[in-house]
Design a protein around this ligand. Structure first.
Ligand SMILES: Cc1cc2nc3c(=O)[nH]c(=O)nc-3n(C[C@H](O)[C@H](O)[C@H](O)COP(=O)(O)OP(=O)(O)OC[C@H]3O[C@@H](n4cnc5c(N)ncnc54)[C@H](O)[C@@H]3O)c2cc1C
Length: 557
């Protein structure tokens, strides 16, 4: 394709959403599409080996390396805040867990935005469309598989597999959960994810299946799709719309290998820069809270107080239990022959710890009887460490990380400077509400209750963090602040909402209010965080955006 500076569509960010959008929009060969990505290509080998997650986080080859502000809820600690900066975006460095969320999440979205396009039933086809579920490889040959096939897809681009490993310790944890009254589940993706079981992951034969692998690679041969990596979008180009006289987004300015260019988009720009990058770019372009913009000497093109507000994230409380007589990764990977065995197992069978998603076992349940739906998610790992980036403990232990799926605390993302290369201020505001602190205390007590069941007794578990001495709500909530960290799900910073919601940046069809030719299709569009991991919901959002763009183009033709 000729290197022209004018395209029909420009997509900013080749992450989870951006790669899917590039695939869908360029499927029509009559349209020209440009996909721009600030990061580089995804050739780094650790991206593709699942355990390489540990080496991609906080690595400048793959991660923006953001830091949060010191957070009062975390007793003044600042966290590393990983976001993928590479083809595939965060899907190239994430934990690969495939989780749609709960049907009630989408009922909440539909109500919040006033549009039934977001109910669970209306979203289901947009999940199914790209799924390639391993369980359906042999066809829907039994009644159980036929029921499964009614709401899960096969033959799409996104491969979803069972994990290729098995840990007796985790099996004991499943038993213990059942003894504590939590049912087993084989499927976390049926709309109500209550239960305990091994997670399913976006992998193919033990290799990561990122959004770039799934959606971008198959489309790269198309002559109407151009990809620019190392291309940092610095400002949106805003002009006047001929028809209405209002603002219109005509394109974007890029800094690519030291060269400034402006690319034009005749049909529209789609922002898919993620929950941090999207509000940052909007603010840098003069769309955001007026005081913030003026404070950095920027002209206010559109007063939009919701840009960068409403930050929601899942905070994981990492409860750690020391064990006796258990096999965990801590001691299995401590010796050179242990490491060699792990490496050989992966080379021979693509299985074992190197194929391991960071969390293997999942559990969804309620923090108390007053909860109508599961509001907690556990990620259970046969390993422990003080913090990401630190070595594994030298004693056997496991981590029962638990997060509140529906936090009421809210944070912000705001530019710290008019310089597009300066990282924004990220203030998550964790554990800011009494309700969230109460749920934190309840969830640590629940971890204790499960670990105290007979199925775990043979390991003589001893609570290492937060420590058995903490008993009251107040003590537990304070210690939660010490052991908590992000589970990497920031969303909501350019949310959709009703016409009468002054903080709604987008309308219910993902169009930026007050700016023609500009859509947001990524994690920032969510009005509230889903009750689970966020990659699959972002893909679903991107499917809808692509379809609506198509429909609008057809209506214009
Ligand atoms: C470490 C980690 C673990 C996670 N684990 C899981 C998990 O196991 N399961 C799950 O479901 N979810 C998980 N998530 C969350 C999930 O991956 C994200 O919700 C999802 O990837 C967000 O998609 P997105 O398209 O909104 O943003 P991203 O995938 O982050 O994509 C944004 C893209 O835009 C690019 N970009 C940003 N700014 C600019 C700019 N100015 N110019 C050009 N390009 C720009 C970025 O480099 C990036 O490639 C995890 C995330 C992380 C970081």
């Amino acid at each position: 394709m000729a290197d022209t500076a004018t395209f029909d569509h420009v997509i900013i960010g080749a992450g989870t959403a951006g790669c899917l959008l590039a695939n869908r929009l360029s499927a029509n060969g009559a349209r020209s599409v440009l996909l721009v990505e600030a990061g580089g290509k995804d050739g780094y080998h650790w991206i593709h080996v699942p355990v390489g997650y540990l080496y991609c986080i906080d690595n400048p080859r793959t991660d923006w390396r953001f830091r949060t502000e010191a957070d009062p809820g975390l007793n003044g600690r600042s966290l590393i805040y990983p976001r993928g900066k590479v083809l595939g975006g965060s899907s190239s460095i994430n934990g690969m867990i495939y989780m749609r969320g709960q049907a009630r999440d989408y009922a909440g979205w539909a109500a919040a935005v006033g549009d039934d396009a977001w109910t669970w039933d209306a979203c289901l086809p947009d999940f199914v469309r790209h799924e390639d579920h391993q369980r359906l490889d042999g066809g829907a040959t039994t009644d159980e598989l036929r029921r499964f096939a009614a709401s899960h897809g096969h033959g799409g681009e996104l491969r979803i597999e069972k994990q290729r490993l098995h840990w007796p310790l985790l099996d004991s944890f499943v038993e213990a959960a059942v003894q504590a009254g939590i049912p087993r589940t084989e499927d976390f993706n049926g709309g109500d994810n209550e239960g305990v079981g091994y997670f399913e992951v976006t992998q193919r034969k033990g290799r990561r299946w990122s959004s770039a692998r799934a959606f971008l690679r198959p489309a790269m041969g198309r002559r109407n799709l151009e990809l620019r990596t190392g291309a940092h979008a610095t400002t949106l180009s805003l002009g006047r719309d001929d028809a209405t006289g209002g603002l219109r987004c005509n394109g974007v300015q890029l800094l690519c290998n030291g060269t400034r260019t402006t690319v034009r988009a005749t049909q529209g720009v789609i922002l898919a820069a993620g929950a941090i990058g999207t509000p940052q770019l909007l603010q840098l372009s003069g769309i955001g809270p007026p005081e913030l913009l003026r404070g950095h000497g920027l002209e206010v093109r559109l007063a939009a107080p919701g840009v960068g507000a409403n930050l929601q994230d899942h905070l994981q409380l990492r409860a750690i239990y020391k064990l006796e007589g258990a096999r965990t990764l801590n001691t299995r990977a401590a010796t050179w022959w242990g490491k060699a065995g792990i490496g050989l197992e992966y080379l021979a069978r693509r299985s074992g710890p190197m194929s391991m998603a960071p969390s293997q076992l999942g559990l969804f349940t309620r923090s108390g009887p007053e909860q109508a739906h599961p509001n907690l998610e556990f990620h259970v790992q046969p390993l422990s460490l003080d913090a990401f980036g630190q070595p594994l403990h030298r004693f056997d232990a496991f981590t029962a990380s638990v997060c509140n799926l529906n936090p009421t605390s809210r944070g912000t993302v705001s530019i710290a400077s008019a310089d597009p290369f300066a990282p924004p201020r990220i203030a998550p505001g964790y554990l800011a509400t009494e309700e969230d602190r109460h749920v934190a205390a309840q969830s640590l007590r629940l971890a204790r209750r499960i670990v105290a069941q007979p199925a775990m007794a043979r390991y003589r578990p001893e609570e290492w963090r937060p420590g058995a001495a903490a008993q009251t709500d107040e003590e537990l909530a304070r210690l939660a602040g010490d052991i908590a960290t992000t589970i990497f799900h920031p969303v909501g910073t350019a949310k959709m909402g009703r016409d009468d919601d002054p903080t709604a940046v987008l309308d219910s069809r993902l169009r930026v209010r007050g700016v023609a030719g500009l859509r947001v299709a990524d994690a920032s569009a969510m009005p509230t965080i889903t009750s689970g991991n966020t990659n699959a919901p972002v893909l679903m959002i991107a499917e809808k955006a692509a379809r609506w763009i198509d429909e609008e183009a057809q209506a214009r033709a």
